[in-house]
Design a protein around this ligand. Structure first.
Ligand code: SAM
Length: 228
C-alpha cells in the first residue's frame, strides 16, 4: 500500500494541511510560485500531485496538465479541472511521450523516489529542448540523519533510504546530498537556473511561531533547471 493510502498516515497529513501548520502554505507554495514561468499554453506534468493544488493553479493559468500520483486516496480527493488529466502511477515506472512537455513540476514528492537519476533522465526525455523542470524536496540536511534528530545534520554522506516516524512508523524517504542532486541533473543535460533554500523571515516566525525551527536549519530545497 502506498504511504498516502494508509488511513492513519492520511488522517495526520490531511489535518496538517487543513490547519496550515506545515510548511506548505507559508514557505513551499510561495517559493515554488516564484520559480514557475507564466503557464498559459504550456504542456505540464505534475509529479506527485497529491490532491492537485499545484496542478489546479497551473491549469487555471492556462496550462494543460497531466497530474500523476501513486495514491488512489490522494487522487480521489483531487480537484477536477477540464485541463487536468489525473493519472495513477508510480514515478519509479512512469513514462510519458518524448518531447511532449514544456514544463515538469513536482512539490515535495521526489524525496520518496529511490532512483532519482533514472527519473531525471526520463524527465529530460519528456521535455522539449528549452523545457523547464522545477521541483521542491525536503532539504538534505533534514533527510540526512539515519536516526531522525530534527536539528542535527548527521550521516550527510551516506545517501539512500531513511525510515522516519511521521504520523506512522516506517515512513520511507531517500536522502541525497545537494551535490548528487545537482550532478544528476547536469549529467542528464540540464542547465541549473535556480537553487533556493527558503526559510521563514523573522516576521513570519513572529506571526506563526511553529515556523521557528525552520530558521535553525533549512526545511526545503527548490531547484529549477532547463533542458539544454
Ligand atoms: C507531500 S505530498 C505532496 C502533494 C502535492 N504535490 C502537494 O504539494 O500538495 C507527496 C505526494 O507524492 C506522492 N508520491 C510519493 N511517492 C510517489 C511515487 N513513487 N509515485 C507517485 N507519487 C508518489 C504521494 O502519494 C503524495 O501525494
Amino acid at each position: 500500500m502506498a504511504l498516502y493510502d494508509d488511513p492513519a498516515f492520511l488522517a495526520g497529513y490531511r489535518e496538517l494541511r487543513r490547519t496550515g501548520l506545515g510548511l506548505n502554505d507559508e514557505l513551499e507554495i510561495p517559493a515554488m510560485e516564484a520559480l514557475l514561468p507564466s503557464a498559459a499554453g504550456l504542456r505540464v506534468a505534475d509529479l506527485g500531485c497529491g490532491e492537485g493544488g499545484l496542478a489546479v493553479r497551473l491549469a487555471a493559468a492556462g496550462a494543460s496538465v497531466v497530474a500523476v500520483d501513486a495514491s488512489a486516496s490522494m487522487l480521489s480527493r483531487a480537484v477536477q479541472h477540464p485541463q487536468i488529466r489525473y493519472l495513477q502511477a508510480d514515478l519509479a515506472q512512469l513514462d510519458l511521450p518524448e518531447s511532449s512537455l514544456d514544463l515538469v513540476v513536482s512539490s515535495l514528492a521526489l524525496h520518496y523516489v529511490d532512483d532519482f537519476t533514472g527519473l531525471v533522465g526520463r524527465v529530460a526525455r519528456w521535455l522539449v529542448p528549452g523545457g523547464q523542470f522545477v521541483f521542491s524536496v525536503e532539504h538534505p540536511v533534514v533527510t540526512a540523519p539515519v536516526e531522525a534528530a530534527d536539528r542535527v545534520v548527521d550521516d550527510y554522506a551516506d545517501e539512500g533510504l531513511r525510515q522516519r516516524t511521521w504520523f506512522v512508523d516506517g515512513v520511507i524517504k531517500y536522502h541525497r546530498t545537494i551535490g548528487s542532486t545537482v550532478e544528476a541533473l547536469v549529467a542528464a543535460g540540464f542547465v541549473l537556473e535556480a537553487l533556493r533554500e527558503p526559510q521563514p523571515s523573522p516576521g513570519q516566525v513572529e506571526r506563526s511561531p511553529h515556523l521557528a525551527v525552520h530558521r535553525r536549519r533549512p526545511p526545503l530545497l527548490l531547484i529549477s533547471v532547463r533542458r539544454g
